[in-house]
Design a protein around this ligand. Structure first.
Ligand SMILES: [Zn+2]
Length: 556
């Protein structure tokens, strides 16, 4: 071989090597190194029970740097996030977050509702087919039996071939169960009779050892103590006076003021009143304690399969109902919740990894103002006299039909007609409806009475659209009434269940792996949360989700 031939072979070989190398680079850049989804080790879903968006701005100056401020400063804040249906409440709210669709589709139309089949009221998560795990009471006979669609965590379970886990933690059974869906490894809630976290045989036959240990340690008893403000009460200038007529007392208290030395034990039997602690910020601390134990005990966020931890901070709701949106008690509860969120973030950073988890935080509904507070400040409001309303319905039915059993039930501002009886009497259903509507519309505080046909034939009217989204054709009633703005059955504290802004406008903060830093003011809907997180994970949205991806929060 001549030198020239050898050189040619050498150059040729070198050329082949270079081309091969370039092809490999090209192959790399065309796919093999690229990931099309985020793979956080853990998704943390926090639902605060009864939280207006406004609480973030109102209490901002009292928050620590590492709770809400960190979530918003480093994460994504959707400033105008609303429930898109009327009659917000806890069961429907948690389910809407989890399923990305409305009660109209997911079937949780209230915390309880009149059941057309059994002709009695049913509670959204009651299920006699299952038993309590973790205490001797009946409080664990629950399941997601009435939830008609899949949840986001169900879709994650399917996507990971059931290797990614789902755990729910709350004070309230419905908060935990409906957030976690059908395929959860377990949902836990607080049995306030025995002061223990329990679950249902729907999930497991026995509490795992870490949950047993938590209950046996009686760590809960540290919270059986008086409640005073976290900071000096004189600095709580954003709220009304501590002593006022718009608040209810704790058991054993003479006025609703700090420090709350509520009765923690039955003086005769010595039995602790665990229920009372659920109505203080300590209930939220307890949920944070148990959530951390769940992460440790279940090894959440430790492998490459995304796990879900769904936390419901239920105590904010009990405090809100008792004291109202403008109270020092609500202010102190949110200042303390901020510190619990700081504690959780610190724990996640240390034990899961700083950029290894994705978090969303929202609420299941907002809060009305206490009617007395509005009245004293010249804002139009009034009490809706429910007893008189029931009597008015009865006398209307007697006058029209000579009997009252034309209506068989009522729930969530809906009336259920006795269809069999109407048939038997040879009455025309539509005429029955319109004659009742005419008579009910004149009652003080009633704004409108709709027939189911009017609701189903959806119009462009904003409020009718909200009512339609909360109205399930098979489960809901024949007639529905709405009350005038700010009218309420409640005398004291805050409530929810309306279609008004203070009730539908709730926080939505996204944070962590796959989430951009930023904010938007365009209106988003709570049903957008599930598809947005699904897009981060690259998994299916829940089966009936109609929400849209909040792309500003996640696009490159
Ligand atoms: Zn609630």
């Amino acid at each position: 071989m001549s030198n020239k031939t050898f050189l040619n072979i050498l150059i040729g070989g070198f050329f082949i090597l270079v081309v091969g190398f370039l092809i490999r680079i090209n192959q790399d850049s065309s796919g093999s190194n690229i990931s099309i989804n985020q793979n956080p080790k853990l998704v943390v879903g926090i639902v605060v029970d009864q939280m207006r968006y406004q609480y973030l701005t109102k209490y901002w100056d009292h928050f620590s740097d590492n709770g809400f401020k960190k979530l918003i400063g480093k994460g994504f804040n959707a400033k105008s996030n609303h429930y898109g249906y009327a009659q917000t409440s806890t069961g429907p709210g948690h389910t809407t977050v989890a399923t990305g669709t409305y009660p109209r589709i997911h079937g949780i139309i209230g915390n309880s509702w009149f059941d057309k089949k059994s002709k009695k009221s049913i509670y959204c998560v009651d299920d006699d087919n299952y038993n309590t795990v973790g205490s001797s009471t009946n409080r664990g006979k629950k399941s997601p039996v009435n939830l008609l669609t899949s949840t986001l965590s169900d879709e994650n379970r399917i996507a990971t071939n059931f290797k990614g886990k789902t755990i729910g933690v709350a004070i309230k059974d419905r908060g935990s169960i409906l957030s976690s869906g059908h395929t959860a490894n377990a949902a836990y809630w607080f049995d306030s009779e025995e002061g223990s976290f329990i679950t249902s045989t729907f999930y497991v036959d026995e509490l795992p050892s870490w949950a047993k240990e938590f209950n046996d340690s009686r760590a809960v008893d540290q919270y059986l103590k008086p409640w005073d403000t976290y900071y000096d009460i004189s600095t709580y200038t954003e709220s009304g006076p501590d002593n006022n007529n718009y608040e209810s007392n704790f058991r054993g208290e003479e006025s609703p003021v700090f420090p709350h030395n509520f009765k923690i034990k039955n003086s005769k039997t010595g039995e602790p009143y665990y229920w009372e602690l659920a109505s203080t910020p300590y209930g939220n601390s307890l949920v944070a304690d148990f959530s951390i134990k769940a992460i440790e005990g279940e090894n959440l966020g430790k492998d490459n399969y995304t796990d879900f931890l769904l936390i419901d901070f239920s105590s904010t709701d009990y405090v809100g109902h008792q004291f109202g949106a403008n109270s020092k008690e609500v202010q102190d509860t949110f200042i303390r919740l901020d510190l619990e969120i700081e504690r959780l973030l610190n724990y996640f950073d240390k034990n899961i990894g700083k950029d290894e988890y994705t978090l969303f935080l929202t609420a299941d509904h907002g809060a009305t103002n206490a009617p007395g507070f509005l009245k004293d400040n010249k804002i139009p409001t009034n009490y809706f006299y429910y007893n008189q309303w029931e009597k008015h319905i009865e006398s209307t039915l007697k006058n029209l039909f000579g009997r009252t059993d034309i209506i068989v039930g009522s729930s969530n501002q809906q009336l259920f007609l006795n269809h069999e009886l109407i048939d038997k009497l040879g009455l025309d259903l539509n005429e029955v409806k319109s004659s009742i509507i005419k008579k009910l519309q004149s009652f003080p505080g009633i704004e409108d009475v709709y027939s189911s046909e009017q609701i189903l034939n959806i119009s462009d009217d904003h409020y009718i659209r909200l009512i339609r989204n909360g109205f399930n054709t098979k489960l809901s009633g024949d007639l529905m009434y709405t009350m005038m703005p700010n009218w309420t059955y409640y005398r004291k504290g805050s409530t929810h269940g309306t279609r008004f802004d203070h009730d539908t406008h709730v926080p939505l903060i996204l944070y962590g792996n796959g989430i951009n830093q930023g904010s938007i003011s365009r209106r988003t809907d709570v049903i957008d949360i599930a598809p947005t997180i699904a897009a981060v994970l690259g998994i299916n949205s829940p089966s009936s989700s109609t929400g849209e991806v909040i792309y500003e929060a996640i696009d490159d």
